[in-house]
Design a protein around this ligand. Structure first.
Ligand code: ADP
Ligand code: MG
Length: 453
């Protein structure tokens, strides 16, 4: 048997794990976050940088690690996991070139801070606190590659996915990683609404030249929530030219959208084709594993030591938005600190009503809408054209989309086989009405309350 010391044994284990895990998982859970603290003939103590890291590794990788360790050392081993808050020293094995995240900036800190600020980047969103699972692996990998590489191989990069799945986080992290390397690059992050507002204001103040140069001098332009320019003709016109201007000069453009742009009914075709003309990465709704990992990470950040079963319950019963998930966690921890109770299942149940947030079925949603408008459910799902069913049907489409994330085709099929573009239009219409906060907003609120109970 080869004689290993702590470092060489762990390096060998890591080398094997690296081959069998996805790069993102390896990097998230193992690289630089684990090491062997004690090694005896019968016992290996593996130190993890945080409780969530420990819980995660124990839950998912224990047997795999045991198998490798026992094979390498040639004897049965008792594996222990511990947490140490000491700074993790970088393990001696080399990082592959694609994963060379700079740990410190070569730029003076003040310059970097100023650049982040003028680019509209919030430091709290970084790659290092972005957790990676199946659903976001591609988007993460591409965003990282774009952040580290000046070749413009993925231009434009479009990241799309539902609400609260981490699009803004990725865009911001990407911009930050670029500025950390090159603080004097002109980076600009903006939402499409800010773009629109800037444009309107510039027109009013007759300062369109300033407006144009603001967006057109960027080396890296990131436009978030691009879906909001759909339907706004003059904004689309202006953005089309901004896009072309940058693209032709080899500048990098990154966009985020809350859905596949082809599903944006009122987005001009020429923009659609440009948006998807480079690299497109979709973020799917997070799976249970990732939701748990995020809850663990966030609770750790907040200094809470939550029971793993509670984490599991919250992850299982909350919807697909990570924002909501984190919001739920905040509620539980706030309630715990206000009442002095421990953050357990009991407390979580009382503030979150966990069971109630289980996903409704399409049938339940349609019934709630039908009841609310006092019409038979069949009328909504039939293809009758009566005026009285237009709004109920549109609201149904909106709810099916928002609560169950059904595709436009599925919704069309559920509701009497309408054309899917009708669905796209209807959902957008109700979205607008809900956003404007009028009568439809309260209607929708009431119906949602009904099918959630
Ligand atoms: P979106 O822009 O897609 O609506 P955000 O990027 O605003 O979503 O994400 C919502 C919240 O969830 C943010 O606080 C963000 O930091 C967090 N979040 C989303 N995805 C992840 C992830 N993979 N790892 C850690 N935090 C995440
Ligand atoms: Mg966002």
């Amino acid at each position: 048997m080869d004689e290993f010391d702590n470092n060489s044994l762990w390096d060998a284990v890591l080398a094997e794990l690296q081959v069998s895990l996805s790069p993102a998982n390896f990097q998230t859970w193992f690289r630089g976050k684990t090491w062997i603290s004690t090694l005896s003939n019968t016992e290996v103590e593996i130190n993890c940088s945080s409780p969530y890291n420990k819980a995660w590794i124990e839950q998912r990788y224990l047997e795999q690690i045991r198998e490798i360790v026992e094979r390498l050392t040639g004897r049965p081993q008792n594996l222990l996991f511990s947490v140490s808050s000491r700074l993790v020293t970088k393990p001696s094995h080399k990082a592959s070139p694609t994963e060379s995240v700079p740990l410190f900036t070569e730029e003076p800190l003040d310059t970097l801070k100023a650049s982040l600020q003028s680019a509209n980047i919030n430091e709290k969103y970084s790659f290092s606190n972005f957790l990676v699972g199946q659903c976001n692996q591609l988007a993460y990998a591409v965003a990282k590659a774009v952040g580290e590489d000046d070749q413009r191989r993925y231009n434009p990069l479009l990241i799309y996915g539902g609400v609260g799945v981490g699009k803004t986080h990725l865009l911001q992290a990407l911009a930050q990683s670029v500025l950390v390397r090159r603080a004097n690059l002109k980076v600009l992050y903006s939402s499409s609404e800010t773009f629109t507002n800037d444009m309107v204001e510039a027109i009013q103040k007759k300062q369109t030249i300033d407006f144009r140069s603001k967006y057109r001098k960027a080396d890296l332009l990131l436009i978030d929530d691009i879906q909001f320019i759909a339907g706004r003709e003059s904004t689309q016109e202006e953005f089309f030219h901004t896009f072309n201007h940058l693209y032709e000069r080899g500048k990098q453009i990154i966009l985020a959208c809350d859905r596949d742009p082809s599903e944006l009914a009122s987005l001009q075709e020429r923009l659609k084709s440009r948006f998807v003309g480079g690299m497109v990465a979709k973020i799917d709704t997070p799976d249970q594993e990732l939701k748990e990992a995020i809850l663990l990470a966030k609770s750790k950040e907040m200094g809470m030591d939550l029971d793993f079963n509670l984490i599991r319950d919250i992850a299982a019963s909350m919807g697909s938005s990570i924002r909501e998930l984190v919001g739920a966690l905040l509620k539980v921890t706030a309630a715990a600190s206000l009442t002095g109770k421990s953050p357990d299942r009991e407390l979580a149940k009382s503030v979150l009503t966990l069971e109630r947030s289980v996903k409704p079925t399409p049938g339940k949603i349609l019934r709630a809408v039908a009841d609310h408008f006092s019409i038979p459910t069949e009328t909504i799902s039939s293809n009758s054209r009566g005026k009285a069913v237009v709004l109920p049907r549109q609201i149904s489409m909106y709810l099916l989309r928002h609560h169950l994330n059904l595709s436009f085709y599925e919704i069309a099929r559920l509701l009497g086989g309408k054309d899917h573009s009708t669905v796209i239009y209807s959902v957008a219409r109700v979205e607008n009405l809900v956003e404007n906060g009028g009568e439809v907003r309260s209607l929708v609120d009431e119906i949602e309350r009904a099918f959630k109970t």
